[in-house]
Design a protein around this ligand. Structure first.
Ligand SMILES: C[S@@+](CC[C@H](N)C(=O)[O-])C[C@H]1O[C@@H](n2cnc3c(N)ncnc32)[C@H](O)[C@@H]1O
Length: 275
C-alpha cells in the first residue's frame, strides 16, 4: 500500500510555502539527459507533484504537463498557486496513472517515488511511457549542510541533533532515501539505466539560500517532524523553538530574516524505455 502522509491541509500549506523546487543543476542534469536520449517534448507527467514545486520546471520545455498527487489538499494548493497554462493537476495515486499505454514522453517524481508502491508504480511507468520515453526519479537526501560565515560546524551540530531526533519518527520508507534510492534504481525495469551509469545515477550538490525562519518552516514541513508533532505536540514545538534560538545564537544574529545557505545533496535515477 502507498503511505498516506503530507495530506493534511495545514501540511500542504507548509509545503507550498517552504519546500523548494529542484534547483538549477538538477534541472540542467534532467534536461541534458532528455536531450541526450533524443526525447520528444509532448507530454510529461509529474507524479507525487505535491503543491507543484517540481511540476513547473517541466512546463518551459513540454507542450503539456500533468501534475498528479494522491492528496487533495496538495492538489488544491497547486491549483491555487500561479502556474503556466500548459500544466493541469489531478488527484490520483501513482499506482493508477490514467493514461493510455505508450502515451507519455516523460515521467518524473521529485522527493516522492519512495512513498509509492514500487513494483506497481514501475509496472505503470513501463505501461504508459512511449517507446524511448524517459523516467526521472529524484530526491534530495538527508545529506544537507548549513553554511553561514565561519559558523558551519556549530550549525551542522545543531541541525544534526534536530535531524537525528525527528528521524526517530520517520516512516520506514525514508530508508529508501537514506540508501540513496538504491531500491528504486534496482526496481527500474529498463536495461538502459545501466548503459549510462554516470547519467543513470547522479549525486549533485545544490545551493539554496534561505532565512532562518524559512529553515524552521522547512523543518516543519518534513514528514518526520509532522509525526513528532502529532505524537508529542508540546515537545515538538518546544524543540523547534529551541533549535531556532540555538541557530540565532550560533550565527550571532537576532533576526530570523537573516539568510544562511542550505546545501542539498540530491540522488537522481534516470532511465529510458526500450524503443
Ligand atoms: C515530499 S512530497 C514531494 C512533492 C513535490 N514533488 C516536491 O518536489 O516537493 C511527496 C508527495 O508525494 C505524494 N504521494 C505520496 N504517496 C503517493 C502516491 N502513492 N501516489 C501519488 N502521490 C503520492 C504526497 O501526497 C506528497 O505530496
Amino acid at each position: 500500500m502507498d503511505t498516506r502522509l503530507f495530506e493534511g491541509r495545514e501540511h500542504a500549506a507548509f509545503y507550498q510555502k517552504y519546500r523548494f523546487s529542484p534547483q538549477e543543476n538538477v534541472q540542467a542534469s534532467v534536461f541534458s539527459y532528455l536531450e541526450k536520449k533524443g526525447a520528444s517534448f509532448q507530454l510529461a507527467v509529474d507524479v507525487g507533484c505535491g503543491s507543484g514545486q517540481s511540476t513547473k520546471m517541466l512546463a518551459k520545455r513540454f507542450e503539456e504537463v500533468v501534475g498528479m498527487d494522491i492528496s487533495e489538499a496538495q492538489i488544491e494548493e497547486a491549483k491555487q498557486a500561479s502556474h503556466p497554462s500548459n500544466i493541469s493537476y489531478l488527484v490520483c495515486p501513482a499506482e493508477e496513472p490514467p493514461f493510455e499505454d505508450n502515451s507519455v514522453d516523460l515521467i518524473t517524481a521529485f522527493a516522492a517515488a519512495h512513498w509509492f508502491n514500487t513494483p506497481i508504480f514501475m509496472r505503470e511507468v513501463d505501461r504508459v511511457l512511449k517507446p524511448s520515453g524517459c523516467v526521472v526519479l529524484c530526491s534530495y537526501t538527508t545529506g544537507m549542510q548549513l553554511h553561514y560565515e565561519d559558523r558551519t560546524e556549530k550549525l551542522m551540530e545543531i541541525f544534526a541533533e534536530m535531524r537525528d531526533l525527528i528521524y526517530m519518527y520517520a516512516d520506514e520508507k525514508i530508508k529508501i532515501v537514506v540508501n540513496d534510492y538504491q531500491e528504486i534504481f534496482d526496481s527500474l525495469p529498463f536495461p538502459d539505466k545501466e548503459s549510462i551509469p554516470l547519467l543513470s545515477r547522479i549525486n549533485t550538490v545544490d545551493k539554496v539560500p534561505m532565512s532562518i525562519g524559512d529553515l524552521m518552516g522547512y523543518i516543519e514541513s518534513l514528514s518526520p517532524y509532522q509525526t513528532f508533532l502529532r505524537v508529542q505536540p508540546d515537545a515538538a514545538k518546544s524543540r523547534l523553538q529551541k533549535t531556532a534560538e540555538r541557530v540565532l545564537e550560533a550565527m550571532g544574529v537576532s533576526s530570523r530574516e537573516t539568510s544562511l545557505e542550505l546545501r542539498v545533496r540530491y540522488v537522481c535515477i534516470l532511465g529510458c524505455k526500450s524503443s
